[in-house]
Design a protein around this ligand. Sequence first.
Ligand code: NAI
Length: 333
Amino acid sequence: MHKVTLIPGDGIGPEVTTAALRVVAATGAEIDWETMEAGADVMTKYGTPVPDEVINSIARNGVALKGPITTPVASGFASANVMLRKRLNLYANVRAARTLPGVRSRYDNVDLVVVRENSEDLYSGLEHIVVPGVVESLKIITETACMRIGRYAFAFARKFGRKKVTAVHKANIMKLADGLFLECIRRCAREFPEITYDEMIVDNTCMQLVMRPEQFDVMVMENLYGDIVSDLCSGLVGGLGLTASANIGEGGIAVFEAVHGSAPDIAGRNVANPVALILSAALMLHHIDEHAAAEQVHKAVLSVLADGSQVTADLGGTAKTTEITDAIISRMG
Ligand code: NAI
């Protein structure tokens, strides 16, 4: 029996989490879910969107499946997502984008992985008003975090038989901060001579991704670029409703979640696409060595997408969240 922390989140979180739990249960994998609340609802009660018991639960269990959590824009509390990543030192965010058979998208040959540094950069939350009308927001880049993410990206490429790592940067403008990032990634590249290494400036990267996405394999970048570029990559393969991700920390702690947010515009209507979280749950099953269950989920999802008759509105279908979930379960054999 595996003990796994479950954070349903808010917005569409509870709907897609319920779907993922049903699919995981159908595999027969024995999981004891420890459900924890985080986000706006617990804020009033505990004064923080991420109470200590959530952190302790994930640290104890070593693995979590998490639904999206809303972060108020401009004012209100700090991001629960950033807080979780910081407190658990989840330094690597891994987001794969691969063409899915049956899913309409502009390309049929995308197969890339974005490795995003998750712990620093402009997400350090260090902002202040210098004088009214002037704000300073600090971009923090450290050698330690750059070496850590660089080694993670190359080790990931080696482990999964990938051929190339591209460092994405803006060192032409941020000569010190992104210069340090590049210098570190170059050092990491020398430790993995069998992996091809190249570099690309982030704005050109966006254009290249849209024009010729097949040239990319593993991409490594700082936090802000990774946040933006990985959503672009989701768009290349059919949208946010399909992209899974893993947040990896030191000592092997891992939090699996969809790339998308809480989608308040469609919350509570049973129309959200649960596939991204279901595929995140499949990654989680691999992580806890339930490989057969993970493959079963993955195959069933691919089969439902390829068939196309029971997909949600974001993929051009009419199926409800519960209906696509039923379809996936019915194909698990
Ligand atoms: P979003 O990802 O929630 O939504 C963007 C667009 O994609 C919306 O039109 C939405 O309806 C659609 N969409 C997203 N997921 C979908 C799904 N599974 N099925 C069908 N359509 C889907 O991004 P947005 O609107 O920028 O953020 C909303 C809230 O989510 C914000 O408070 C943000 O901070 C939070 N957020 C949380 C994340 C997390 O918990 N990891 C990640 C990203 C955003």
